[in-house]
Design a protein. Sequence first.
Length: 313
Amino acid sequence: VATCNVTVKNPVISANENKLIGEDRYKTAIKVSNRGWSKSDNVVIVNSSAIVDALSATPFAKMKNAPILLTGAENLNNETKKEITRLGAKNVYVIGGTGVVSKNVVSELKAMNLNVDRISGDTRYTTALEVAKRLGNVSEIAVVNGVTGLADAVSIAPVAADRNMPIVLSSPNEGTKVFDEFIKVNSIKTSYVIGGEAAISKDVAFKLPNANRLGGASRNETNAIILEKFYTNRDLNNIFVAKDGMKKVDDLIDALAVGVLASKEKSPVVIVGNKLDAKQEELLEYKNPKEITQVGGNGNENAFSQIVNIFKK
């Protein structure tokens, strides 16, 4: 009997629906931590409102098998403090300088008998470089715009974490100049340029080793292109659905907090506005996830329902 190979859309399946939603961003990050870690020697701390400094943290957190938890600039959040205790952590890595996470927060952490290691530079670019240097043996980099590329960074973060790939920030004025020496010394073989030419120019991309551009017309389409490139299996463990930061940049903090967990579960983070981008929808229709998880609330509910409905057809 002759057979033909046809790509079939999802049969009727029922993926488990999950929600990792706290009353605020701190508690959402704690719910993520609860799901991924019963205990952990290491924790990474970032300022909940200074997402730029935290952008490059995901691959480092993965290397340390550490959840990313949030703090205010001046005081350690009480719920975060409780979570550090629950995890039985010994070491805390603080990402960013004293302007982002104050000395007072470090003192509070030290008072909990924790080893505190601050990873920072004078700017977001040098902070990202200091994080990159901690990753040890690297051969690939992901390059995002250091000002407008925050959404692109959270889209690539689980992949970068999985592949021990530093997230390099490109400056509108100087491109990747801060990282030139790092790229040379580490003999970087491949650069994934995340975003279109408005985000990272041809000139900047041209200077990078073996540049592969992954960019769409919007942050959501770029997210879909990353999904298409790196999550080629039909079966997925999970799809994490978080806000895309279009309404408020700070909304991306949920996607940032879940990046390490997504990497542990070999699963993508899909960033969404009110509804799915057409390319996101088209790609997801051919996937077969065991679970679909809404991360944080206040703006991703409709798109989450849309994804759930894809898998109820």
